[in-house]
Ligand binder design. Sequence first.
Ligand SMILES: *Cc1c(COP(=O)(O)O)cnc(C)c1O
Length: 397
Amino acid sequence: MTDFAKTKSLFHLPAGQVYLDGNSLGPLPKAAVARVGKMMQDEWGDLLITAWNRAQWMNQPSRVGDRIGRLIGASAGTVVMGDTLSIKVYQALASALEINAARKTIVSDTGNFPTDLYMAEGLIKSLDKGHELKLCEPDAVEDCLAEDVAVLMLTEVDYKTGRLHDMKALTAKAHEKGILTIWDLAHSAGALPVKLDAAGADFAIGCSYKYLNSGPGGPAFIYVAPGLADQVRPALCGWLGHEAPFDFDLDYRPGRGIERMRVGTPPVLQLTALEASLDIWDLVDMEDVRAHSIKLSNLFIELVEANCPDLELASPRDAMHRGSQVSFRFGNGYAAMQALIERGVIGDFRAPDIMRFGFTPLYIDAEDVRKAAAIIEDVMLNRLWDSTDYFTRSAVT
Ligand SMILES: *Cc1c(COP(=O)(O)O)cnc(C)c1O
């Protein structure tokens, strides 16, 4: 059994706050401060350029990728780190479209995160081969899987509502029709057990700064199914994805397997912070995380619904169809969230009316949930949100 009191003690959690936003930016692992400091001093400081070899910086993206692989059911050598998630969306989609070149339709859903859709639109324009992005309603995705579809590209857990797609079933349906799949795990990796190899997913991508706690701007990961990676022709042919970067050939030759999805110089400081977080993840069983997350989110729904009639549940009630976040709709949700943040309950707001709360068992327990629910009740019943200060929108909501 995972010792969640122990994992909680390993994070820096500011006093007087209940942090329900680890689905957007994970908190600081205490050990990351010294770990990154030491790396800067001993490696960057003292070893300088020789650290690429002597401190193994060059293979850090695959080393760290393998550690994340354990959390998402991906075998060794199928995951690599680098760039941001938006870039990884582009890479995965470009490669999948090239493999399925005879087909021109990309299917996604209206619950997908905008950047995934924007990257698809941009790629379609630059390819200029008549591709089309078709958006289906999240519960009608299966009906959109026709024989002309090249790629099914979905985010497994909806960033607004927390609705969870059935990755295994949809991947099987897609494959029956010759469709390749791309799964965005932004709200899945570190949130619930994912079994990429077992589900037969073709491509997957995700970020490390949400549930995986790598810090702001931490790099994304990309997975390509075993056996498929060697068929993939990378769209972003960076030198570090080359078969032999230090031959400095004038022509590009893709590297072996997943290595070819690397682009340029890796973010060593961020990857080092992520390694400190992964030391905590090594103590964790994803099945325990799931069981605990369901307990916490069910308790939260029960308490909020019992005491706050103005908040309408926007997430699936059945935990089996939900990721690790709970969202409520409220017309004045932005102001209400500002009032909560001022009182130490940190969630976030997604336009037009979603108040979003993330449940992260590594450092949130039932006591935190009770505390947060009591503050939400106070803010809602006493209309503490109804103050002009809370209506001015900041750049980040
Ligand atoms: C958070 C998130 C992103 C963010 O992309 P970045 O390039 O890392 O800014 C993309 N897609 C989804 C589904 C997300 O939840």
